[in-house]
Write a protein that binds this ligand. Structure first.
Ligand code: GLN
Length: 524
């Protein structure tokens, strides 16, 4: 059985439990252990799919087509873990499962109760088998939240069942700094740990978010009040880049604390992959300027995975990537002067589409490297149809009903297979040999994640190809265009999928890596 590290949070929300959990997991990986991640969100929505992006940032999509929030992205990126719908579970889903089972008669007439029926359901998700040595498991919300109680009770029971040495409780808190008295206050941390104790959970390690490192006196004081050795009180200081966190933990011997708890042999870790990123951040390197023509900039983290993927590709190419946010709704070509690359990301609805089409036009005509993601591929196709093929009213049926549709809902698509209405999750794509896409990926079969409803009409293939735009990636049945490119252009490549969800800080993603390489060539 895997060993579990549960991460809870107290005092305030948004302390960065996901990143802290991923940071602990990274230290284990650096010693050769394998790590899986899970997240439990006590809220009552059944899944985050229906939640406003204004509350949750981007919608992150897993391989199995689950629409989740961006925390899962941290785990996949940091740990290289492959997460599925059963690794991101909300309170709503737990109750839904329990109530459906009740209606189904599965409880054989028993009185259905929070304990044991709800707690058993939570523990079922917690303990689903993995093939890893460890599972880092984040409990969303803040200790003391009413809807979180049942999750704390479940992890208490779980630890009791599998043994305290198979489970470690890490609690994240805040030590505010009071300007007036010049003091770092530890009381909220003490109260939060006590609150956790009321649920029968003794924290084994604390990560205290503070503006500066805790002094040894402060650590001793917190440890004394919170039942742990001073060295188990870690300073979670603010960093300007999340990939510095594993190094910050390493410097405070977090692995040794974890090893001691689980009885693992001591080991030095290979931290080179994080050192490489840290070094990159401060290195004196050329900067490429990428214009992202989008429309969700007012939503914090709406383009989280995209920004990450561009950053990762910068690391691979030894350049700094500077993103210029260009609002598609007020797009003007002037905003593109000095750009080394233009990227049109995904999006839904008519708002800003005209600007995105103009951006694709600008990139094509001025031979500026262009990368299109999902809607960014669709607008490139519309632009090409209008301005090269001369189909003045070419459009997507998402935006216009009386048009020549070049992008449309595919009539023979099996709606069930498409996850209701959207094509969601990983789908295979076959790449034509000797295309640019082939050069980029270095293979002819790939898998990328989707989240869209409309598709390019594949019957246009010949017409487009003769005029200079090639479909270089297709679904295996040949019906759905997946990648388009303009061979006679320094770099004009777009995919119907979202490559940003599979970008890794340690190796980037082939399409982003190639785009940034092209941007660097353009700069020179
Ligand atoms: N709105 C488009 C569609 O549904 C593109 C979606 C996207 O960019 N993710 O097909």
């Amino acid at each position: 059985m895997a060993k579990y590290i549960f991460i809870t949070g107290g005092v305030v929300s948004s302390l960065g439990k996901g990143v802290a959990a991923a940071g602990c997991g990274a230290l284990l990986q650096s010693r050769g252990y394998t790590v899986h991640a899970r997240k439990f969100d006590p809220y009552l929505n059944i899944d985050p799919g229906t939640m406003s992006p204004f509350q949750h940032g981007e919608v992150y999509v897993t391989n199995d087509g689950y629409e989740t929030d961006l925390d899962l992205g941290y785990y996949e990126r940091f740990l290289g873990a492959q997460l599925s719908r059963n690794d991101s579970v909300s309170g709503g889903r737990i109750y839904w499962d329990v109530l459906n089972a009740e209606r189904h008669g599965d409880y054989l007439g028993a009185t259905v109760q929070m304990i044991p029926h709800v707690t058993n359901k939570i523990k079922e998700y917690i303990s689903a088998p993995t093939d890893t040595d460890f599972v880092v498991c984040e409990i969303g919300g803040t200790v003391g939240d009413i809807e979180g109680q049942i999750f704390l009770e479940s992890i208490r029971q779980f630890a009791n069942q599998v043994g305290r040495r198979n489970v470690m409780f890490v609690h994240l808190t805040l030590a505010p700094y009071l300007e007036k008295s010049g003091e770092l206050k530890t009381k909220p941390t003490q109260m939060s740990v006590r609150r956790l104790l009321e649920n029968g959970i003794q924290a084994d390690m604390l990560i205290v978010r503070t503006p500066r490192m805790l002094t040894s006196d402060e650590r001793a004081k917190i440890g004394m009040f919170c039942n742990m050795p001073a060295q188990n009180v870690i300073s979670g200081i603010d960093v300007d880049n999340i990939y510095k966190i594993p190094l910050a933990y390493e410097g405070q011997h977090v692995f040794d604390i974890i090893a001691e708890h689980f009885g693992l042999p001591s080991a030095t870790g290979d931290m080179t992959r994080f050192q490489k990123i840290e070094h990159h951040l401060s290195a004196d390197l050329p900067t490429v300027h990428i214009g992202v023509v989008g429309k969700y900039f007012e939503v914090p983290d709406a383009y989280k995975s995209l920004n990450e993927a561009l950053f990762h590709a910068g690391i691979q190419n030894n350049v700094h990537v500077k993103i210029k946010k260009i609002n598609a709704e007020s797009f003007s070509a002037d905003e593109c002067t000095g750009l080394d690359g233009i990227l049109v990301p995904g999006g839904f609805g008519n708002r800003g589409v005209a600007g995105k089409i103009s951006a694709a036009n600008y990139a094509r005509e001025n031979r500026v490297p262009y990368m299109g993601i999902c809607l960014g591929m669709q607008v490139a196709v519309i632009e090409f149809a209008r301005n090269v093929l001369g189909i003045a009213d070419a459009d997507s049926t998402e935006f216009s009903k009386n048009c020549t549709p070049v992008i449309d809902i595919m009539a023979d698509c099996d709606a069930e297979d498409m996850g209701g209405t959207l094509r969601l999750g990983a789908y295979p794509c076959v790449i034509s040999p000797s295309s640019r896409a082939h050069q980029i990926y270095g293979k002819t079969e790939i898998s990328e994640r989707h989240r869209h409803r409309y598709e390019m009409d594949v019957s246009l293939r010949e017409k487009f190809q003769q005029a200079g735009m090639k479909i270089s990636g297709l679904s295996p049945d040949g019906k759905l265009p997946e990648i388009i490119e303009i061979p006679d252009h320094p770099f004009f490549v777009a995919g119907q999928f979202h490559p940003e969800f599979q970008s890794s800080p340690y190796s980037g993603h082939p399409m982003f890596n190639a785009f940034i390489a092209a941007a660097l060539r353009h700069k020179h």
